[in-house]
Write a protein of this length. Structure first.
Length: 145
């Protein structure tokens, strides 16, 4: 039940490298347990050339939500923004949903002064997926606040 996320900001994104990575995923029958995190449309095109079956969290958008059309070609694609891009724009998750995608955010890179408060703000904003780092589960407030 482990999900492996490959952050393409730390990966030399060439067709050969992505193909080698995808071959390992297929060889180990782990397609559903891998998420790729591309940063721009060029990286999306490189991934799409390999397979549209990959799970994508696209982090190349800002608050203006310039969503590349190619993102709609993937079976599972989520718009991801870090908490600094989200800020306090409470309608952002709704706007992402209106474009046909799930909304994700992080409370990492860098960790905010009060990550638990920020986590709960994102939950209340309607984000579907949230990345957390260094927050003990016991410290996360009720998800229904």
């Amino acid at each position: 039940n482990i999900i492996l996320e490959f952050d393409f900001g730390h990966f030399n994104v060439t067709t050969e490298n992505v193909q080698n990575l995808w071959n390992l995923v297929i060889k180990n029958n782990y397609e559903k347990g891998v998420i790729l995190e591309p940063y721009n449309e060029v990286q999306l095109k490189t991934i799409k050339a390999i397979s549209s079956k990959t799970n994508i969290i696209y982090v190349g958008c800002d608050k203006d939500l310039q969503v590349p059309e190619i993102l709609k070609d993937f079976d599972f694609a989520v718009i991801g923004l870090n908490y600094k891009k989200v800020g306090d724009e409470t309608e952002l998750a709704r706007k992402i949903h209106e474009k046909g995608f799930k909304a994700a955010s992080s409370v990492i890179n860098p960790v905010p002064e009060n990550p638990i408060k920020k986590l709960n703000e994102l939950i209340n904003m309607g984000f579907d997926y949230i990345y957390v780092d260094s927050i003990p589960y016991s410290e996360i407030n009720s998800l229904t606040e």
